[in-house]
Design a protein around this ligand. Structure first.
Ligand code: ZN
Length: 344
């Protein structure tokens, strides 16, 4: 079968390879992959992978959707059923798994990071990492959910759940997770203010009918305070990092929350501790989401509550070009890898 393998670090280490299909192990399912998406973490794996236990070569790809080829008897799924990958293999026994918080599992393994991933024609995975996907669900849209939307879901509905009457600021809203957070916060009925830059992205968000701040020319915090009558945002979503963190802190309402899942522009901004305690702000770190959060996300997607925007679609053979597209400044929406057509 064909798979995108990371043989070594750097762009030249990403190759389309012909490899043997993985052996089917007890309790696991063999899945024929239909589609996946590219995520920033793929670039991290390509360039560094530091801090993630794994050995090369390894198949890349963290999320995706597929069709069951072979599943254990009595598991409730059968050949031809569509499934979406929960990005973790988790133990189901540690205190965090038993508490329903699988991302904190002490022996969690993420596809495409700790073990072979989804950029392959076939993959073998535990049944606990697969969730049924309605047969009529849009395959490309579903392929966008496993990382970007699951991560955004926990940021919006996790420790500081958003609802009607609240103000959410999403910094750098053109990014995959940030865009998803913007959609989910709007779905929840919150007032959403976004910051972005570049004329096309500014126009795009204005056409969506939201309040848009150009962080290239405007003071984000001052504008948020002006728009909210001096209150600020109840929740600030900031995956940009050092470049926006100070403005995010200054944009938060008294008693407000900041949540981060990434630090693209640097991981060590000023903490501004005085502002944290005087205004009683809370800062939350977030990574992906639990199996139950994933279930709710899939239900919301299947009901049409939001539609992931698709920037472009590449075949499995062109994953390296998809990675280039992920780094393009004008990219807006998810980049999908189309692996196979559904069986009819
Ligand atoms: Zn566990």
């Amino acid at each position: 079968m064909q798979a995108i393998r990371l043989n070594a670090r750097g762009k030249t280490g990403v190759v389309l390879a012909q490899i043997a299909p993985p052996p089917l192990l007890p309790g696991m399912a063999r899945v024929r992959m239909l589609a996946a998406s590219v995520n920033r973490v793929d670039l991290y794996m390509r360039e560094s992978g530091a801090g993630i236990t794994h050995t090369l070569p390894q198949t890349m790809g963290v999320d995706g959707v597929g069709e069951i080829l072979d599943a254990p008897d009595g598991c409730g799924m059968s050949t031809g059923d569509r499934v979406i990958f929960y990005p973790y293999e988790f133990c189901g026994r540690c205190r965090h798994c038993l508490d329903g918080d699988q991302p904190l599992c002490t022996s969690a393994r993420i596809f495409g990071e700790h073990r072979d991933g989804t950029f392959a024609e076939e993959i073998v995975a535990p049944m606990t990492s697969l969730m049924a996907l309605p047969q009529d669900a849009d395959i490309h849209g579903a392929a966008a959910l496993g990382v970007a939307y699951l991560t955004a879901w926990r940021m919006v509905f996790g420790k500081a759940p958003v609802g009607p009457g609240q103000v959410v600021l999403v910094q750098g809203a053109g990014g995959g997770v940030s865009y998803a957070a913007m959609q989910l916060a709007r779905m929840a009925g919150a007032r959403v203010i976004v910051s972005t830059s570049g004329r096309e992205k500014l126009d795009h968000f204005r056409q969506l009918g939201g309040e848009v701040i150009d962080y290239g020319t405007e003071d984000v915090a001052k504008t948020v305070l002006r728009l909210t009558g001096g209150d600020g945002a109840d929740l600030v979503i900031d995956n940009v990092g050092e470049r926006t963190w100070a403005a995010s802190l200054r944009s938060a309402a008294r008693g407000g929350h900041l949540v981060t899942c990434g630090a693209t522009t640097g991981a060590h901004p000023s903490a501004d501790i005085q502002r944290l305690f005087v205004r009683q702000l809370s800062v939350h770190g977030s990574t992906m989401g639990s199996f139950e959060e994933f279930r709710r996300l899939i239900k919301a997607f299947a009901s049409g509550a939001f539609v992931p925007p698709i920037d472009s679609v590449f075949p499995l053979t062109e994953v390296p070009a998809a990675f280039d597209r992920l780094e393009a400044p004008d990219r807006l929406g998810k980049i999908i890898i189309d692996i196979a057509r559904p069986a009819t």
